[in-house]
Design a protein around this ligand. Structure first.
Ligand SMILES: Cc1cc2nc3c(=O)[nH]c(=O)nc-3n(C[C@H](O)[C@H](O)[C@H](O)COP(=O)(O)O)c2cc1C
Length: 350
């Protein structure tokens, strides 16, 4: 059970009175040495040194996506981030990547400050990473896996709800965040569906002490994706995303287009894994680099509907935390005043 309620209304109220978002006492910010407890999700083919450095320079934690890279390519990107920022940054390793073991070794050799992992159990890499002084934060889809990685020595966990873009699990952020917060002592970082200050505030009220955001950063000026991709994210509607690949056991959320329609048709027809794989191979790269509207896989989360414009990473982060602090400050007044009361409750206020 998390020993401390993560919401610190006293610290937040003071920070807001001073006109700054003061998350100084936040465990995630302290652990990572950053100003705002926000991680930019590692996004395969998307999150390069330029995006990661922009997020880190703006006070968050930028994360390089190892998912689409060989270890040599990733080492080069690590060097580039170090050229662009002296702030902490991370490397995301997708454990199902054929390069996962090489990337894990490279991360230890380069003493990358933070490693996040996706799609599996990172336990066997912990000794080498810990020996290199790396902060390890696995992405987990369930309470059981969260408990296991905490026992293995994880410093925090990212819980990712099914609202997120890319590869997803079943549970929602709304349920997963408090369920894992109740079960662990290490900090919980919420991901999936968080794209503005309301989402940050909600995550904190659910027990998270930090957030990871992917979709909103797709529409950042520093994000290296094709303009078509950014345009699709900004104009997406609430029903604009769809999940493909449920029949294969590897569900992926992306923006609806010809490719997702074709994929779902084939899944309904019950074609085999190979036919679906042929359609999927290279499709994220086609979206990111070519802006191929018909055959690209424009992975994005449900929160695309909340993204209204392409903005610099600094504007995104500062506005999210300014708004979150205002909301939490108001909630804090309730908490400090002895809790929320509703008119029909005994002793309640109208
Ligand atoms: C285009 C795209 C690619 C992604 N690739 C990865 C990846 O390689 N590894 C990973 O752990 N998560 C990946 N994710 C998930 C993000 O890191 C992040 O957790 C997620 O986007 C958060 O939810 P949101 O999209 O609602 O902000 C990806 C997400 C997107 C949108």
């Amino acid at each position: 059970m998390n020993p401390v309620h993560p919401l610190r209304p006293d610290a937040l109220s003071q920070g807001v009175r001073q006109g700054v978002c003061d998350f100084a006492d936040n465990r995630v910010a302290r652990l990572l040495g950053i100003r705002y407890p926000i991680l930019q999700g590692g996004m395969a083919w998307v999150a390069d040194a330029r995006l990661a450095a922009a997020v880190s320079n703006a006070g968050g934690l930028g994360i390089l996506a190892g998912g689409s890279m060989t270890a040599d390519l990733a080492r080069d990107q690590v060097q580039r981030v170090r050229d662009l920022t002296d702030r902490p940054f991370g490397l995301n390793i997708m454990l199902m990547s054929p390069h996962a073991a090489d990337l894990a070794r490279m991360a230890a050799e380069e003493r990358v400050p933070v490693v996040t992992t996706g799609a599996g159990q990172p336990g066997k890499y912990f000794p080498a990473w810990k020996a290199a002084g790396i902060i390890v934060i696995p992405v987990v889809p369930s309470v059981a896996l969260a408990r296991r990685v905490e026992q293995q020595g994880a410093d925090a966990v990212i819980v990712e709800g099914t609202e997120a873009g890319g590869h997803i699990g079943d549970l929602t952020t709304l349920v997963l965040t408090p369920a894992v917060s109740d079960a662990l002592s290490i900090p919980v970082i919420a991901a999936g569906g968080i794209a503005d200050g309301r989402g940050v505030a909600a995550a904190f009220l659910l027990g998270a002490e930090g957030v990871q955001v992917g979709t909103r950063f797709l529409a950042s000026e520093e994000c290296p994706i094709h303009e078509n991709y950014k345009r699709l994210v900004v104009k997406a509607r609430d029903t604009g995303t769809v999940v493909t690949g449920r029949s294969t056991g590897h569900p992926v959320r992306s923006l609806k287009n010809r490719l997702t329609r074709r994929f779902l048709d084939l899944e309904r027809e019950g074609v085999g894994f190979e036919a679906l794989e042929t359609l999927a191979v290279g499709s994220l790269r086609r979206a990111v680099q070519d802006g191929d509207l018909e055959n690209g896989s424009f992975m994005a989360g449900q929160s695309a509907v909340l993204v209204k414009a392409v903005e610099p990473c600094r504007t995104i982060i500062e506005s999210m935390f300014r708004d979150a602090a205002r909301i939490l400050d108001r909630s804090g007044a309730y908490l400090l005043g002895g809790g929320c009361r509703f008119p029909d409750m005994e002793g309640g206020r109208p």
